[in-house]
Structure formats: structure tokens, C-alpha cells
Design a protein around this ligand. Structure first.
Ligand code: NOJ
Ligand code: NOJ
Length: 505
């Protein structure tokens, strides 16, 4: 059974006015035009008194806010160690649960922070968070639930949540396995094989527990990332495929004979399934196929979950997968880029804030027919579109060439500010490093990515905190406050931005 949105309009306004009263810190962006000015009524005076940080400076400040606020939701007071609250919000909406998806994507960022930490105290703190998380995962895997390892969320003490909900959600075990495998890959590099083995686990739990579920259930329909539609989902299949390829690698490192072949064989079939979602007439990847239950009316098939699918990769993937496996449906896949462009165009036309003058970028939502809290853009999805640009930029720099095809021509043209450059770009061209238009496209990816981050900035609360959604009419933050996944998304977009900026040109 799927949860329908309650009437949340009153809470929407309550939330908006609460934030309007919050103190303005220098991290808040300045309104760039009269159009944005309305957003900051009441705070204008204090804003004008401080120097306005550049986007780079703001991103630096936002990074420390995101780190601190993300951490605050990991093992919060009153929860079992290792539980990750989706948000500290207890009502309208009640997000004080351990959602396995949100938790896995958050702890993936913690693995990166752990791997990068040079300070011993910091490293130990991240290590504790990660091992607590791994133990909490074991506890939830051992619990008796309504759908086994397809359960989407748990109470913060680790007991099953048995209320009505869209279940199973089969992206969750895959994302959880990927995070555990990524952590295992890092400790393996440090020589801690015993911990890597524990994280890999066995049929009863750990990464392998999840991989067994994934490898035996991928053919069934399940609820999507948005918990609404029971179908075969591109995003779920992507998470499943990638987790199985990563799992095959770890299984072979740890000599779990027989497992790598089995996981790889399932991953190959999933790649074929994913191909079914490409609709050449529509010119984009249709998110859901074969719906058999849940919310009706998602007629366009357009969904930002497709972009999440492409950006949800671990840094180890390129080293442990064959080049062909890593490339399939990656951030440079023409079908993914075509879908990103179709979504951007759609949301640009759909949300009032995107039509305002002075808006620094395009705010991105879940899907055009969305009605949850009225159907609005989301901070994490706007950051996800930035991450797509940054990741694509890095990939093209590595490869030294950019093929332009009929499917992704509109995506590339949109990156170029100059009309003559746009016209010069044609399907069938391959832009080579040092040749015409190559540098312009690389620059365009940087400015496009930055425009999405500037859009997040323009709608963040004055103190830099981020709620789940951006009101499409007035631009205020609404729905769950301090959404943990938001902070993880901002951090991973910034990681991708850093790598892109550091990549040799
Ligand atoms: C709660 C879910 O988390 C959200 O994704 C969904 O849109 C609403 N219920 C309405 O079904
Ligand atoms: C609703 C979102 O649709 C879903 O993706 C998320 O897991 C939960 N909220 C918790 O943040």
C-alpha cells in the first residue's frame, strides 16, 4: 500500500514563515535582481551590511555546514548507534526513521571522508560511525520484517517499521551493499582484511546478505526511490547492477568461489533490462516499466531518478570494472544526457521560480506529475544535476574527446553561451582536445554545474541549512528540515567539482 500525501498545505506555509524569521548569516546569497529580492524580504538590511561571498566561498562555507549537519543525523540522541535519521523532523513529515536508501547514500559520503581524512582523531571518528553503521545494518538484516531485505525503513532503535508503506523497495539493499563494499575496499587497502571480510559477510548478512537478495529478486517489481510506484525501475536496476559488479570484485578479492560468476551473470542481465527503458521516440529513458501497483498518473515517464542512477557511483568503480561495464549508462551515456536535458527543459517550464528573472540556474524536481507537498523542486536533485555536469566534465577530460550524437546534441548546445558555437555543434562530430569547441564544452559543463549549485544557494535557508524541497512559487525551503540526504548530495557534488577542477586539461 502506498502512502498518499496528506493535505500539507498549512504546514507548508508554517514552515516557510518560520524560516523567514531565521537570522541571516553571511553565507546567504545576495539577491541578484529584483525578482529574487522578494525571497529575502526582512533580511535585506543585514545582508547588505556584509560582503557577499563568491560562489566558491559560499560552497566552502556550505561544505562545513553540510558536514556538521549530516553528522548530527548519524546516531542522534535516542537512537541506536549507527542509525541514520532521514531528517530530525518528527511530523509533517515524520522522517525520524532509518531509511536504508538515505542511510546508504549518506554513509557512502562518510566512507569518502574517512578515506581522505589525514587527522587521526577525525579518521577515528569516521571509522566509528562506519563500523556502528555496519553493525546497525546487521541488526536490521537479522530482524524479521514484512518483506525481508526489501524493507525500506526501520525505527531508529533498529526494530522493523511495520506500518503501511510502499514495499519492497529493492534499490535499498543494493545501495546498502555498495556502501559496505566501498568501505571494505578502503580498509582492504589499509591491510585490514579481517574487517573487509566482516563487511562482506555471508548469506546471513553484511554486503553478501544484501547481494544474495539483489541477485535473486531483481526480476520482480518493487517500489521506486520515491516510494510510490511498483514497477521495474531504471534507477533500481542500475543500483542493483552496479552493486553486483562491485560485489563480484570483492567476492574475488576474498576468494568467495562461485559468487563472482553468479553476480556478474545477474549484472549482465540487468544491463539488458536497463536498455529496455530507452525510448527513441520520446528521446529519453523512461523511468518505470510494467507498473503493477501504486500511484497512477506518471504519464510522461520522465524522472530525475534516472540522473541519480547515473551519478551514484563509487570512486573504486573505474578501477574494478571493465571499461565497458563502467561506461554503460554512465554520466557520459548519450541516453542519460538526453534525459537530463528533457528533465531540465520540463522543470524550467513547470516551476514558477525557474521563470523569474535573476534566477541563477534551474531548480530540479522529482518528476513532472509530482504532487507531494504540491510537487516542487528538491535541493538534492538540483545538486545531483550539478554533479552530473562535473562528473561528465572529468570523464571527458580523461578521455580527451567528446562525441556529440543526435540524442545528446541539445544537451551540449545548451552548454554553449555563443550562438555561433551552438550552430557549429552538430551530431556526428567528435570534439578533440585542443580542437574547436572542446574547451567551450568543458567550460560549459563547469558553468552549468555551478549554475545548479548557485540555484541551491539561492534557495537555501539563510543559515545554510537545507530542507527537502524548494517551494516552486516563492522559493522558500519546505518539507523535512535538515534532510540528511541533502547534505550528502551537496558533499558529493562538491567532491565531483573538486576532481573536475583538479583534472589535467
Ligand atoms: C511519502 C513518501 O516518502 C514520498 O516520497 C511520497 O511522495 C509521499 N509519501 C506520497 O506518496
Ligand atoms: C521521501 C523520498 O521520496 C524518499 O526518496 C526518501 O527515501 C524519503 N523521503 C526519506 O528521506
Amino acid at each position: 500500500m502506498v502512502r498518499r500525501p496528506l493535505c500539507l498545505l498549512s504546514s507548508v506555509w508554517l514552515t516557510a514563515s518560520a524560516f523567514a524569521a531565521a537570522p541571516a548569516l553571511p553565507v546567504a546569497p545576495a539577491p541578484t535582481s529584483a525578482g529574487l529580492g522578494a525571497l529575502f524580504d526582512g533580511t535585506r538590511a543585514s545582508r547588505d551590511a556584509v560582503a557577499v561571498p563568491s560562489l566558491d566561498e559560499w560552497l566552502g562555507l556550505e561544505k562545513s555546514i553540510a558536514l556538521q549537519k549530516m553528522e548530527a543525523n548519524i546516531s542522534p540522541a535516542g537512537a541506536a548507534p549507527g542509525a541514520v535519521a532521514a531528517s530530525p523532523s518528527h511530523h509533517d513529515p515524520d522522517y525520524f526513521y532509518h531509511w536504508r536508501r538515505d542511510a546508504a547514500l549518506t554513509m557512502q559520503e562518510v566512507v569518502t571522508l574517512y578515506a581522505q581524512a589525514s587527522d587521526a582523531g577525525e579518521k577515528a571518528r569516521y571509522f566509528k560511525m562506519l563500523t556502528d553503521y555496519a553493525s546497525f545494518v546487521r541488526k536490521t538484516q537479522a530482524a524479521s520484517t514484512l518483506t525481508g531485505l526489501g524493507e525500506p525503513k526501520f525505527n531508529m532503535d533498529g526494530t522493523p517499521f511495520n506500518g503501511p508503506w510502499g514495499r519492497p523497495q529493492d534499490d535499498a539493499p543494493a545501495e546498502e551493499a555498495s556502501t559496505l563494499i566501498y568501505f571494505a575496499s578502503v580498509v582492504l587497502k589499509d591491510g585490514n582484511k579481517a574487517l573487509a571480510r566482516e563487511l562482506y559477510g555471508d548469506f546471513a548478512g553484511g554486503a553478501k546478505g544484501d547481494l544474495e537478495y539483489v541477485s535473486h529478486h531483481w526480476g520482480q517489481t518493487s517500489f521506486d526511490v520515491w516510494e510510490e510506484v511498483k514497477a521495474r525501475h531504471f534507477d533500481t536496476e542500475t543500483a542493483q547492477r552496479v552493486s553486483l559488479l562491485e560485489g563480484a570484485w570483492l567476492a574475488s578479492q576474498l576468494k568467495d568461489d562461485g559468487a563472482p560468476q553468479w553476480y556478474r551473470a545477474q549484472a549482465a542481465q540487468l544491463e539488458t533490462e536497463m536498455g529496455r527503458h530507452w525510448d527513441p521516440e520520446k528521446g529519453y529513458i523512461v523511468s518505470a516499466l510494467d507498473q503493477d501497483a501504486g500511484l497512477q498518473g506518471k504519464t510522461s515517464g520522465l524522472d530525475s531518478a534516472v540522473i541519480l542512477a547515473a551519478i551514484h557511483r563509487r570512486p573504486i568503480d573505474d578501477q574494478i570494472m571493465s571499461a565497458a561495464d563502467a561506461r554503460a549508462f554512465s554520466v557520459t551515456d548519450k541516453r542519460v544526457l538526453a534525459t537530463a536535458q528533457a528533465l531540465k527543459d520540463k522543470f524550467k517550464a513547470e516551476y514558477a521560480i525557474n521563470g523569474r528573472s535573476g534566477e541563477p540556474g534551474v531548480a530540479i524536481g522529482r518528476y513532472p506529475e509530482d504532487s507531494y507537498f504540491g510537487g516542487n523542486p528538491w535541493a538534492l536533485l538540483t545538486a545531483a544535476f550539478a554533479q552530473l555536469d562535473y562528473m561528465a566534465g572529468s570523464a571527458y577530460l580523461r578521455q580527451g574527446s567528446i562525441p556529440v550524437e543526435a540524442e545528446d546534441l541539445a544537451f551540449f548546445r545548451d552548454l554553449l553561451p555563443d550562438a555561433a558555437d551552438k550552430a557549429a555543434l552538430r551530431a556526428g562530430l567528435t570534439l578533440e582536445k585542443g580542437g574547436p569547441l572542446y574547451g567551450q564544452v568543458i567550460d560549459g559543463l563547469k558553468s552549468s554545474g555551478d549554475s545548479f549549485m548557485a540555484e541551491v544557494r539561492a534557495h537555501a535557508n539563510p543559515d545554510g541549512s537545507l530542507s527537502e524541497q524548494i517551494d516552486k512559487q516563492n522559493g522558500m525551503m519546505i518539507s523535512a528540515k535538515d534532510l540528511t540526504w541533502n547534505y550528502a548530495s551537496v558533499l558529493s557534488a562538491l567532491q565531483a567539482r573538486d576532481s573536475f577542477l583538479k583534472a589535467p586539461r
